[in-house]
Design a protein around this ligand. Structure first.
Ligand code: FES
Length: 141
């Protein structure tokens, strides 16, 4: 999207028409798009609250199979534990560092993903994709 944004901005500066400008206009939200906007924000709110109500998937990680993950309690919150193929265990807070949604494990990518705005973190908490900019805090087992 950065390339398209750059083209739109350049066209705005030079006064040229850009066929994609309307798609990115901050004024593109209309009454007709309100239901979709509300539906998407309701889903974010549901994920933000609903995931916190889900029980942890256990209390221990010693029986965790290789190349799998589990959600464990972490005080009042939750932590995600992943056991790699060599048997190493990686534990991180599951509270997204963007706005606090709870992360879910993505087994295909071996990452902790946020359903609220799309941030992704590796099993040690490093940011793979934003909008989050800070890594996840590591946790002890
Ligand atoms: Fe996770 Fe926004 S709360 S990306």
């Amino acid at each position: 999207m950065g390339t398209v944004a750059g083209q739109i901005v350049a066209d705005r500066i030079t006064g040229a028409e850009n066929p994609h400008a309307g798609l990115f206009s901050p004024h593109r939200v209309s009454v007709s798009s309100a239901p979709t906007l509300l539906q998407q924000n309701a889903q974010v709110a549901k994920d933000l609250i609903g995931d916190r109500l889900l029980p942890a998937e256990g209390t221990r990680a010693d029986d965790l199979a290789a190349d799998s993950a589990r959600v464990l309690p972490d005080g009042a919150g939750k932590k995600g534990v992943y056991r790699d193929r060599a048997g190493g265990v990686h534990a991180v807070s599951l509270r997204c560092t963007h706005l606090g949604c709870l992360l879910r494990f993505n087994g295909a990518e071996r990452s902790w993903d946020c359903s609220c705005h799309g941030s992704r973190f590796d099993v040690d908490g490093a940011v793979l994709e934003g909008p989050a900019a800070r890594p996840l805090p590591r946790r002890d087992l």
